[in-house]
Ligand binder design. Structure first.
Ligand code: AMP
Ligand code: FE
Ligand code: FE
Ligand code: ZN
Length: 282
């Protein structure tokens, strides 16, 4: 069984429609794929239909943007939650709205030094999609400022850049509680991805575990090996599930579907724990 539990569509910052992500998953030989767009479940209906058509199983999911008190960014994957649960829906709606204002502020700053307008950015965003720095990167690529998203993220768009602006995001422990309340299964995405910015300390893990964290995404290309060892120890001590995933973004990132995978046993456990919605099986 080939199971990949982390993929994005153009409902957030992936480059393919939800249906095309399902087609790509089938082509990559996956049996199971999770659609985990940032702060949105809008892709679920289209993905469900396409999953049936392409003969892959879909795990409906989402990736919740969070930030600790210390200002460290945390991504929390949620699987099989009820998309209409008011508490969780309110938080992701707040984040999504804040992302819009934040992107406008970043573009205002960037426009002082680069040939970039708000229209150039919007051109790369599907209607209603969760707006992120990758969309600004796409506009910078189109303007010839950088050659691809990765280059934009190593310089102009990093969290250390002078053009970077934060947006509202819930605290990770609060997000874990909300995902659980919505019947979902919360998994800490790429926890030790130090290339993306500062990573959290023990206190945050403890708070998230106390709030009901179910798993750690250990097999992810952005987790360096020494960090994975620490995570394996943590998972063993606290009985946390271990997942592996690609974090596919279409052509927006080099990550390929199936480059990291999750075991059938862990998927079975996620299905037992997730009560807000069901896996869609062909
Ligand atoms: P934001 O959510 O607006 O803060 O932007 C973060 C998003 O940018 C993440 O979801 C990543 O998918 C994407 N990202 C981060 N680093 C890179 C990179 N080096 N290349 C392409 N996309 C990236
Ligand atoms: Fe992303
Ligand atoms: Fe992420
Ligand atoms: Zn992701």
């Amino acid at each position: 069984m080939r199971i990949d539990l982390h993929a994005h569509s153009n409902v957030s910052d992936g480059t393919e429609t939800p249906a095309d992500v399902m087609a790509s998953a089938a082509r990559a030989g996956l049996d199971v794929v999770a659609l985990t767009d940032h702060d949105s479940t809008d892709g679920w209906p289209q993905a469900s239909q396409a999953a049936l058509a392409h003969g892959v199983a879909l795990v409906p999911g989402m990736e919740v943007s969070c930030r600790t008190e210390q200002g460290i960014s945390v991504h929390l994957l949620s699987y099989l939650h009820d998309p209409a649960h008011p508490g969780l829906l309110e938080e992701i709606t707040k984040s999504k709205d804040a992302r819009l204002t934040r992107a406008e502020r970043m573009v205002t700053l960037l426009a002082e030094d680069y040939p970039l307008t708000w229209d150039d950015v919007i051109h790369h965003v599907a209607p209603g999609a969760t707006l992120g720095r990758p969309h600004i990167a796409d506009a910078l690529v189109a303007a010839g400022v950088v050659s691809d998203r990765s280059e934009a993220f190593t310089s102009i768009l990093t969290s250390r850049s002078r053009y970077f602006v934060q947006h509202y995001a819930p605290d990770p422990a609060t997000a874990v509680e909300l995902v659980r309340a919505a019947g979902g299964v919360p998994v800490f995405a790429h926890p030790v991805a130090s290339s993306r910015g500062r990573i959290v300390g023990e206190r945050t893990y403890r708070d998230m575990i106390d709030a009901g964290l179910a798993g750690l995404e250990i097999d992810h290309r952005d987790n360096p090996e020494e960090g994975r060892e620490f995570l394996r120890g943590l998972a063993a001590r606290h009985g946390l599930l271990i997942t592996g995933s690609s974090d596919y973004h279409g052509t927006g990132k080099p990550n390929l579907l199936g480059e990291n995978m999750t075991s059938p046993e862990v998927l079975a456990r996620i299905e037992e724990l997730g009560t807000g919605t069901a896996v869609v099986r062909p």
